[in-house]
Write a protein that binds this ligand. Structure first.
Ligand code: SF4
Length: 701
């Protein structure tokens, strides 16, 4: 007979930004199975990750005791680390010994080399409260704004463009609004793989008559239902989007009264679009002028048009420009501020929205309050009981900049919580060499990740179902994740670890419960000021902005005005900027990296989830069948992908959805870490690296 659960705990999914609510069915401190719950984003639905990706929490490789690197164990950035060999490199330690060692090393670096010689990387997999305390520790304990996390690698450019153009970095409308739209544009995103439950709402809408326009160099499952698939050439987003806007302007399809009343900068945009006629851009982007005109007319004249995008838009050296074009398209046509319209950058991790809101970014305090503004610093100094003038006035280093700063001898100590830059950072060979060079690296995680393998001290933390906290999904829904089981062995809750380390480097914190951290957050973050812990426990989820207690929350924003100083949105024109590295005779193909349905980001959780790993056990590269044939590789055979920075070997998979000349590789496989190959050139505004485009050569074997 199947075991019967002895308790059920309502929580949310630990994986993507859709934020599906679920129920853990638990017996004897083990999760037996997971069921979907009737949350606002999922209505009981779950994808394969949410339903089957839970037993990683009980995996035998979980870290259960603090570890300290053995004196005779060198840091080898080139090694493919085997977690089974953990005791050859580390020895077990008590919490007191491990925390005291890290605290004294970090303090000594701060005192001898200055506050900016220390850095913290937090995680979008942690809760809002963990993100908030982590950034507070870095700003007040380390003494600088050198704090960042993986938002830098996913939607930093979208957020930069949104803050600049409309004054808010979050979405304007929830995903579910696709059911109210007449036209949906999905660009640079593969929701079936990366936001699967959100994709089901898009598919339902398309089946019910909504015109779905997919813009992507690759085909996806959504294209089956698309009214149009604009399979533009990789790296030509700005050319295509400017051509669409050119049509809207030149055919008089603009929403003139909306532009007059609610925007600035239209004349500059209009002037910039002159040279982007569809006829001129067709050859650049590979979409014929007739299709560009058709899409422009349909988007502009529909009752409600909505744009959703992913990292195909954001992860470019022109990622901010790509997002500027999408914002301009929405403003030009007045397709924002109503149900079924607006702008929705689909968030990746389950808490990348919340971690960014909570201040886990180097240029802003919580709620996007700028570190360079004296009155903002004064406010946070008051909130945090600091002497006036204590907080650093300069923005800190971003993820990619940190790796270069280590190599340049400017950063010497680092605290990493739940992030795996050895796998996720571009040009990962360089990133690993930098991590290995640190005088002190302390990593807090649930497994001995590739980053933890380079650490001096490893602190065993809690998995998602082992703690309680709030998580903010892609729709701006603040939701409660609840503890279902206890951590294994001597692993501890992340909030406890952050606080213990903070107190040992000289802070004096005494948070006794996660709700106390949330309460402090809501008093420093006006956008969530009205959300109380009691209400979250009662309602499970509340949408922000929710400024005052009792506010219902606002799923659709910008109805009246935009949160910029003058209340108006701003057009920002963009021109074509080529990728940092183009194909040539030596490296003739293009590499596109991303995710696959069954695995999550760097794979540390899903590759240890039995069902998910059984479905996709091996590293694969998706290549067009004709390209495979030309390379002399049969599907399933090994091939090597090489760039100027590194190479990996993995299995070729014939994939007709990939465009000719481009290879798609998920970044979750430690044994074929594709970021050893990618380029760390970044967008100058948002500092997001170009993970969606670099030049490679592919050879058999
Ligand atoms: Fe989890 Fe996202 Fe799947 Fe929902 S769609 S179950 S949040 S991974």
């Amino acid at each position: 007979a199947l075991p019967v659960p002895d308790k059920q705990v309502d929580s949310v999914c630990p994986y993507c930004g859709v934020g599906c609510q679920l129920t853990y069915n638990v017996k004897d401190n083990k999760i037996l199975f997971v069921e979907g719950r009737n949350g606002p984003a999922n209505h009981g639905r779950l994808c394969v990750k949410g339903r089957y990706g839970f037993d990683y929490a009980h995996h035998p490789q979980r870290l259960t005791t603090p570890l300290i690197r053995r004196a005779d164990a060198p840091k080898d950035p080139k090694a493919i680390f085997d977690p089974e060999r953990v005791h050859e490199i580390f020895r077990e330690a008590t919490w007191e010994e491990a925390l005291a060692l890290s605290a004294s090393k970090l303090k000594s670096i701060r005192e001898t080399k200055g506050p900016k010689a220390l850095v913290g990387f937090g995680s979008a997999k942690g809760s809002n409260e963990e993100a908030y305390l982590f950034q507070k520790l870095v700003r007040t304990g380390f003494g600088s704004n050198n704090v960042d996390h993986c938002t830098r690698l996913c939607h930093a450019s979208s957020v930069a463009a949104l803050l600049e153009g409309i004054g808010s970095g979050a979405v304007s409308n929830p995903v579910m609004d696709v059911t109210k739209a007449e036209v949906i544009v999905v660009i640079g995103a593969n929701p079936t793989v990366n936001h699967p439950v959100a994709a089901t709402w898009m598919k339902n809408a398309a089946k019910n008559g909504t015109k779905l326009i997919v813009m992507d160099p690759r085909q996806s499952d959504l294209t089956r239902l698309a009214y149009r698939h604009l399979q533009f050439k990789p790296d030509t987003d700005v050319a295509m989007l400017n051509a669409i806007m050119h049509v809207i302007v030149h055919e008089g399809l603009v929403a003139q009264s909306f532009i007059d009343d609610r925007t600035i900068g239209y004349e500059e945009l209009k002037k910039n679009l002159v040279g982007y006629s569809p006829e001129e851009m067709a050859g650049v982007c590979g979409i014929d002028a007739g299709t560009l005109r058709d899409v422009a007319r349909m988007f502009a004249t529909s009752r409600a048009s909505m744009i959703l995008w992913g990292m195909g838009v954001s992860q470019h050296v022109h990622g901010t420009d790509n997002a500027r074009c999408l914002i301009a398209l929405s403003l030009l046509t007045g397709q924002i501020g109503r149900p079924g319209t607006g702008l929705h950058p689909l968030r990746g991790q389950n808490n990348v929205q919340g971690a960014s809101d909570a201040g886990l970014i180097p240029m802003m305090f919580p709620d996007y309050q700028k570190v360079v503004e004296p009155e903002v610093r004064a406010r946070f100094e008051k909130h945090w009981n600091l002497e006036p003038g204590t907080l650093d006035a300069q923005p800190g280093l971003t993820v990619v900049e940190v790796m270069h700063a280590i190599a340049d001898g400017k950063v010497h100590g680092m605290y990493v919580m739940g992030e795996n830059p050895a796998m996720s950072d571009p040009d990962a060979n360089h990133a690993r060499e930098s991590l290995a060079q640190l005088e002190h690296l302390v990593v807090q995680d649930i497994f001995l990740t590739e980053t933890a393998a380079l650490a001096d001290v490893v602190l065993p933390a809690s998995a998602f179902p082992e703690k309680t906290g709030t998580f903010t999904n892609t729709d701006r829904l603040v939701q409660l994740g609840r503890q279902a089981v206890t951590p294994p062995g001597d692993a501890k809750q992340d909030l406890w670890i952050i606080q213990e380390l903070a107190n040992r480097i000289g802070l004096q914190w005494n948070y006794r419960h996660v709700s106390e951290v949330f309460d402090e957050m809501r008093h420093t973050m006006p956008s969530i000021g009205g959300i109380t812990w009691d209400r979250l426990e009662r309602e499970h989820a509340v949408t922000y902005p929710c400024m005052k207690e009792g506010d219902p929350g606002e799923p659709v924003v910008f109805v009246q005005d935009f949160p910029r100083a003058d209340g108006k949105a701003r057009f920002v024109p963009a021109d074509i900027v080529p990728a940092a590295e183009r194909p040539d005779s030596e490296y003739p193909m293009v590499l596109i990296t991303g995710r696959q349905l069954e695995h999550w980001h760097t794979g540390s959780m899903t590759r240890r989830a039995t069902v998910l790993d059984a479905i996709e056990p091996d590293p694969v590269a998706l290549v067009h069948p004709l390209d495979l044939e030309a390379l002399g590789v049969k599907p399933g055979e090994l091939l090597t992908i090489e760039s100027r920075r590194g190479k990996v070997s993995l299995y070729g998979r014939a994939d007709e959805t990939s465009p000719r000349g481009a290879v798609f590789v998920p970044f979750c496989y430690y044994e074929a870490a594709i970021n050893r190959v990618t380029n760390d050139a970044f967008d100058p505004v948002a500092k997001i690296p170009e993970l969606k485009y670099c030049a490679i050569r592919v050879t058999p074997g």
